[in-house]
Design a protein around this ligand. Structure first.
Ligand code: PEP
Length: 257
């Protein structure tokens, strides 16, 4: 049985007070036993405090939105994977499209980040996804295969077992345009076939693959019903407690049916 996951990516939003009250509202609203894993990717400076806020509910985990490709040293302004692990963080987003496009993070840099994360015992949530022009040109499968091959694959099968993949078509992120359930299913199945080719059918069948890109309370259930979609990476809709709770409920109802 693959792990079902609903992850929220807060990006560079929320004041300290807003972040704490959102986390408190989510922890209080979610049943301890009947829920998917919920991962909150918060700005660095709130992570330490949020760990203690979520401690009472075993469904919750924290993620950083990024980490350095270096382990330590003279890298002013950076935060390393060992630092994150040292405060009890379990997950880190790697390769979000905003990091790729706005900060020029190449596959080579992302591959180093994956290595640093794994060395520190963090679970990488590796993001991949094509641009609109690539989809229109029919090269979307090749683009995602290249991102996986160059940025993620190469780690051992044992290490891969600990990873989570998020398919996030760039044209769907923050646009209000979501992939159709057919488009999401087709790409998730393709990602599994690439994992089977590179590693094994068993690993392909057990790794959790999340869909991200304008997931909201209205479209979550349909996306989560897709056979190869194990949950969502949610941006804008994770900032509103009621909406994010509805998305968590959508996953709960799909999992129990
Ligand atoms: C994201 O940033 O990972 C994301 C999916 O954003 P949104 O849900 O707002 O499209």
């Amino acid at each position: 049985m693959r792990k079902k996951i609903v992850a929220g990516n807060w990006k560079m939003n929320l004041s300290y007070a807003e972040a704490m009250s959102l986390a408190d509202a989510l922890v209080n609203a979610v049943e301890e036993n009947a829920s998917p894993d919920i991962i909150l990717a918060s700005p660095f400076i709130y992570l330490h405090e949020l760990i203690s806020r979520i401690q009472g509910n075993p469904n919750f985990y924290m993620a950083a939105q990024n980490c350095s490709e270096h382990q330590k040293g003279a890298f002013t302004g950076e935060v390393s994977a060992p630092m994150l692990a040292s405060i009890g963080i379990e997950h880190v987003l790697i390769g979000h499209s905003e990091r790729r496009t706005l900060y020029g993070e190449s596959d080579v840099v992302l591959r180093s980040k994956v290595d640093r994360a794994i060395e520190s015992g963090l679970i990488p949530i590796f993001c991949c996804g094509e641009m609109l022009a690539e989809r229109n040109a029919g090269s979307h499968f090749q683009r995602v295969a290249d991102q996986l091959n160059n940025g993620l694959f190469g780690i051992s099968e044992k290490q891969m077992k600990e990873c989570i993949i998020a398919y996030e078509p760039v044209w769907a992120i923050g646009t209000g345009v979501t992939a159709s359930s057919e488009q999401a299913q087709e790409m998730h199945a393709f990602i599994r076939s690439e994992i089977a080719k590179k590693y094994s059918a068993e690993l392909a069948d057990t790794i959790s693959i999340l869909y991200g890109g304008s997931v909201n309370a209205q479209n979550a259930a349909e996306l989560f019903t897709c056979k190869d979609v194990d949950g969502g990476l949610v941006g804008g809709a994770s900032l509103k407690s009621a909406e994010f709770i509805s998305i968590i409920r959508a996953m709960e109802s799909v999992s129990t049916n």
